[in-house]
Each structure stands twice: as C-alpha cells, then as structure tokens.
Write a protein that binds this ligand. Structure first.
Ligand code: IYR
Length: 235
C-alpha cells in the first residue's frame, strides 16, 4: 500500500477519509438557471483561439487561480494525474519556440498529409510560432502516465487522457472567463518539452496553452460552430 504520496495525496488521511456533506451547493429557480446557462453560453461562445499575442504581461495571480480551477477537475480515482509548468522566462520560451519550430517545420514540410493541410488551410497556420516567445505565459500541461512514490515505486493512474483533457478544458475556460486569451498548441512530437523543462519520464507533454492579451485589433479565422441539432441528440 502506498502512503503519503506527494502528488496523488494517497496518504493515510486520504485512505481513512469519510464522506462529508456537499459544501456550497445552491439550487436556483428554473428562471435563474435558464439565465445562468444562457449567460455562460454567451461567455463561452465569445472564446476564440488567438494566434497574435501582445507582449503585455499579465498578473501571475490570475494564472494561479486559473490553475487552481483546472486542478479541481474531475479525474480518475482522484489521482490528479497532471502537472502544469508555467513558463514566463524569456530564455526558456525561446528554447521552447526553437524546439517547437523544428518539429512544426517537419510537420508542415514532410509529415502532414495533403488532406490534413487542406483541413488546416482556413486557419492559415504555418511552422513559424512567434507567439511562443511573445506571449507572457506558456502553460505546458503534462499528463502523468503513472505516479511515483518518493521511493520511486510506480502508482497506477486511471483515465489519464480524459482527466487531463477535462482539466485543460477547465483551464481554458478559466483563462477566458478571467479576460485573457489562449491558444492550444500541440507541436508533435513534444518530447523536447521534457528535456527543456526537466520533467521526469512518467510525465508526457499534453499540450502547450499559450496565454496572454491579444494584439490590438486582432483578427481570427472566420469559422462557425455546428448548431445544437448537429452536435446533440435527445432521446
Ligand atoms: N500543430 C500544428 C498543426 C495544427 C494542427 C491542428 I489539428 C490545428 O487545429 C492547428 C494546427 C500547429 O500548431 O501549427
């Protein structure tokens, strides 16, 4: 049995923990619920991925709270199999840009199929990733394929991809709700991030979330979202 694990909190306390009353649950009237759901939809539909960032700094405290929100995500067996590395050091950002552009160049020039390039054409992306140096924060999200005790023993994590995906979605939502913009960036393969950020081998880069302010009068691709009847079925 694993006790006092530092990252998944499978400690004696946790194993003995009993159920407690649900804190802070509040029931709303149907009208209030409808208004809240509509307001939240309005907020979320205004989120767009932005590729042109301003170098303007953003307060670290905002990022900290957004990460706390992400860390509250539902996840497999409460192992919380994630680690977030927040990079604002210009030197490290520059190394990440170099590493990403090497992979992205290979992607655009060799690896991507014509079909994939066609699917991306409206986004007008290419191998150059200046935003990796310009934006004030790169949040590199790592998933922990398995946990490690201080003694180096492996601890199984469950539903790692699902858990980290949900946490990332919550992070993106928190960043948007706070009033900053973000871009999910996935250079592939991303192993270079373990080297640059000195992360252990039980961690895999999941994605880079680029966070900051947009440039003034920023433009974004003219895309639309599928209507509800296309994305949902009620039975
Ligand atoms: N990772 C590359 C390519 C790319 C892939 C998809 I799927 C996108 O939605 C956007 C880009 C890049 O970041 O340019």
């Amino acid at each position: 049995m694993v006790l006092d694990h530092p990252t998944n909190h499978v400690g004696e306390e946790m194993l003995k923990s009993k159920s407690i009353p649900l804190q802070d649950y509040k029931e709303y009237s149907h009208e209030e619920m409808q208004q809240r759901a509509a307001d939240f939809y309005k907020l979320m539909k205004s989120r767009r991925s932005v590729r042109d960032f301003s170098p303007r700094p953003a307060p670290r405290q905002i990022i900290e709270d957004c990460l706390r929100a992400a860390g509250s995500a539902p996840n497999g067996a409460n192992m919380q199999p994630w680690h977030f590395v927040v990079v604002s050091d210009p030197q490290v950002k520059s190394e990440i840009r170099k590493g990403a552009e090497i992979e992205e160049r290979k992607f655009y020039e060799e690896r991507a199929s014509d079909e994939w390039k066609e699917a991306l054409s409206s986004l007008e992306t290419n191998w150059q990733k200046p935003f990796l140096e310009v934006a004030p924060y790169l949040i590199v999200i790592f998933s922990q394929s398995f946990g490690l005790t201080p003694e180096g023993e492996r601890v199984t994590n469950y539903y790692v991809q699902e858990s980290v995906g949900i946490a990332t979605g919550m992070l993106i939502t928190a960043v948007h709700s706070a009033g900053l913009v973000s871009l999910t960036h996935t250079p592939s393969p991303m192993g270079f991030l373990n080297d640059i950020l000195k992360r252990p081998s039980n961690e895999r880069p999941f994605l880079i979330l680029v966070v900051g302010y947009p440039v003034e009068d920023v433009i974004v691709p003219d895309i639309s979202r599928k209507p509800l009847k296309e994305i949902a079925t009620f039975i």
